[in-house]
Write a protein that binds this ligand. Structure first.
Ligand code: COA
Length: 166
């Protein structure tokens, strides 16, 4: 079956930026910005070290910021592996949720990866993260695997995938 993420309409006042490989000169600033947002949203046990991650040539970001400011309101972290891209992290700040920002981030990723010859986007999500699961399902992702205790005792992980080839 072939599916694509539904197109997102970028909310007024929000701009998106896709960074497929982080230029060294921007690395420190970007790493600090994303880490700051991540700290507010995810438990510290799930934090990435962006000063290391952003050095990898196949790690990219899709960023959502308020127009005219540098303030991030959402981010997505991905990794390109041949014909597959992994969506590692995705979040929108609490005040901006429910406006379609995360859907736009996913749509931008799908468009970018499709252009670059990727065929699928894959991710792991905590089964207890209901908003995230609903988001991924609404973007065409389908569950392909379920691993109990993957994130720790009692925390099940779901593997989800969307085909981005038309
Ligand atoms: C999950 C998350 C990224 C959604 O961000 P968002 O910008 O609010 O999502 P959107 O506004 O783009 O929502 C798009 C669709 O996702 C689904 N969705 C999003 N939030 C939802 C919620 N709280 N309950 C049910 N469905 C939800 C809906 O289908 C929605 O479409 P609709 O508004 O037309 O119904 C955000 O809640 C978040 O950052 N959560 C904490 C971090 C997290 O869990 N990240 C994902 C795992 S890495």
């Amino acid at each position: 079956m072939t599916t694509t993420a539904h197109a997102g309409i970028i909310p007024v006042g929000i701009v998106l930026q896709v960074i497929t490989a982080c230029p060294p000169k921007d690395r420190e600033v970007l790493a600090a910005k994303v880490a700051k947002l991540e700290k507010k949203i995810f438990p510290s046990s799930e934090a990435f070290d962006y000063s290391i991650e952003l050095k990898k040539k196949n790690i990219g970001l899709v960023l959502a910021a308020r127009e005219g400011s540098q303030e991030l309101v959402g981010y997505l972290v991905f990794q390109r592996l041949k014909s597959q891209a992994w969506l590692h992290k995705l979040a929108t700040i609490e005040q901006e949720r429910g406006k379609g920002i995360a859907r736009c981030l996913i749509h931008s990723l799908c468009q970018q990866m499709k252009k670059g010859g990727c065929r699928t986007i894959v991710l792991w999500v905590d089964e207890a993260r209901n908003p995230a699961r609903a988001l991924y399902a609404s973007c065409g992702f389908q569950q392909i695997e379920r691993l109990p205790d993957y994130y720790g005792p009692g925390r099940t992980a779901l593997k989800m995938e969307v085909d981005i080839v038309e």
